[in-house]
Design a protein around this ligand. Sequence first.
Ligand SMILES: CC(C)(COP(=O)(O)OP(=O)(O)OC[C@H]1O[C@@H](n2cnc3c(N)ncnc32)[C@H](O)[C@@H]1OP(=O)(O)O)[C@@H](O)C(=O)NCCC(=O)NCCS
Length: 189
Amino acid sequence: MSSSTLRLLPLHENRDFYEHVLELLNDEWPQSKTIRMRRLERSCNDLPLSYILLGDQNQLIGYCYVDRMFNEEQSVIVESVCIQRNLRGHGYGKILMKFLEDHLRERMPKIEWIYLTTTDKRHFYEKCGYEETSARVRLNISSKLFNGNEQALKNLLASQPSSNTDSHVILQKGSTIQRIQTVWMKKQI
Ligand SMILES: CC(C)(COP(=O)(O)OP(=O)(O)OC[C@H]1O[C@@H](n2cnc3c(N)ncnc32)[C@H](O)[C@@H]1OP(=O)(O)O)[C@@H](O)C(=O)NCCC(=O)NCCS
């Protein structure tokens, strides 16, 4: 495998791949296609942005999703990093992360930090140069639910008892806050 034959491209500029991406993600994390498609269709030149990693035959190798961070202008969060099941362990994941960093440096020069969360892939991200950091607030600020509710959500978060364990805060319908044990990692680009 040579990285020179691989390309990382924005999904919204390659609409033929929507269905392939749905299959890839649903194979790993089964979810309603409608909800999944809604998220994919939000990809745009600003953020959130979905990227696909393509091979020399234009085949889909991997995917990742990049979004803004709440109250952190110079940071993004990377989610849903996924390599086709039969291609794992061949260095593609590491290449995807490297290409992503290159793209962000080029396209979004104000971005300095990439954050991510993981429950069980910490070693993979360490190999990619990420290090553990303190927990951040992860709000789905690209969600329609967030629009117009920013202050209410800030108040809601402020009223939550602080936890001394790493936690992943997810905004759910009805403004419930659920905490899931996870590790936060970051890398300066
Ligand atoms: C996690 C994932 C993206 C890694 O992609 P990959 O192509 O298999 O990883 P690579 O082959 O590029 O591995 C890069 C390095 O990380 C290490 N690594 C990869 N997966 C690992 C794992 N699960 N545990 C420990 N080390 C791992 C590799 O040994 C390799 O080390 P090296 O550089 O010393 O050779 C891929 O396994 C995947 O899609 N998993 C399912 C989805 C998922 O869990 N995504 C992460 C969400 S947080």
